[in-house]
Design a protein around this ligand. Sequence first.
Ligand SMILES: C[S@@+](CC[C@H](N)C(=O)[O-])C[C@H]1O[C@@H](n2cnc3c(N)ncnc32)[C@H](O)[C@@H]1O
Length: 326
Amino acid sequence: MWTGNEQTAERSSTAYRYRWFADNEARETSPVYAALTASISDDPEVLALIERLPEPKRQPNLLLGAVRLHGGPIDDHSRFRAWLLHHWDQVEGTMRSRSTQTNEPGRCALLLPLLCSLPQPLALIEVGASSGLCLNPDRYRYLYDDRPPIGPSTARVDLECETSGPVPFPEGVPHVAWRAGIDLNPLDPADPEDVRWLESLIWPGHHSRHQRLRGALETARRHPVRVVRGDMVEKLDDLLAEVPAGTTPVVFHSAVLPYLPEAERREFVEAVQERSCHWISNEAPGALPYALPASAGHRSREFVLRMDGHLMAMTAPHGQYLRWLP
Ligand SMILES: C[S@@+](CC[C@H](N)C(=O)[O-])C[C@H]1O[C@@H](n2cnc3c(N)ncnc32)[C@H](O)[C@@H]1O
């Protein structure tokens, strides 16, 4: 007898997860990853290896990042498969010890108009900061559409961002008087192994993202930013207590909340709303407990930019565009 659980079981299976990733995550922007993950979803031997890992460690991004870290071939499934079966112990070791910590400085182009709209100078706290590259928004140069560049001419990173809607373009970068981050596992921009991991997490073919990452890491090595090790809910108050007088505290995050169990996510949202700080979030639509109105016209893979919980804009996941809402 069919109990209704079969469909749920199918959806939670590793095969379904890899097929879903191929069709919904990778198809548009990385044909190489789409082809590999589609083949994995039909490969019982490879799926059995992946299923030796705990459930949260079975992510396609983690597997593919680990394979690339160890120099595995990714352009042909047979070669990929043969290599993976031979090097599984190495790949498994990396998947167990690392996690997906993609750090995308391009997201600063999404935050900039909001940061500049607040009373200056700012005290920035990024939760889920990875290697802290989004804590340097005043050290990058911004190219919005065909507008004159914003930011220091000496910047090592140019962030290109297409816009639409009534974006409140700033005249310059924000004045950041103090900054710090929190991460479960801060990555060090000066550690060659951490840098190799960050590079392995960028999908093949995303050349401009590699270039941005290198420039932002170089910036971070010149201007080291403190990222405290720990859980964002537990450490938030410690950092808020350090914010210098006379600055505007801003807590922000992007692509972080899905990593938190639902109860902790709720706890964080309640905590940040109760503190006297501004709060900027750039997350996938379901990550916050707010409904998205149909008028937002959400497109596949778009993030939602909010300030103090209010809907401001829809954004591209890596900062490629900013769609300000009226
Ligand atoms: C996908 S990365 C995003 C990094 C950065 N926010 C960005 O937009 O480039 C998510 C980061 O959140 C961190 N993280 C996940 N859960 C966390 C928690 N409970 N407390 C602190 N950091 C956490 C992970 O370690 C990882 O570095």
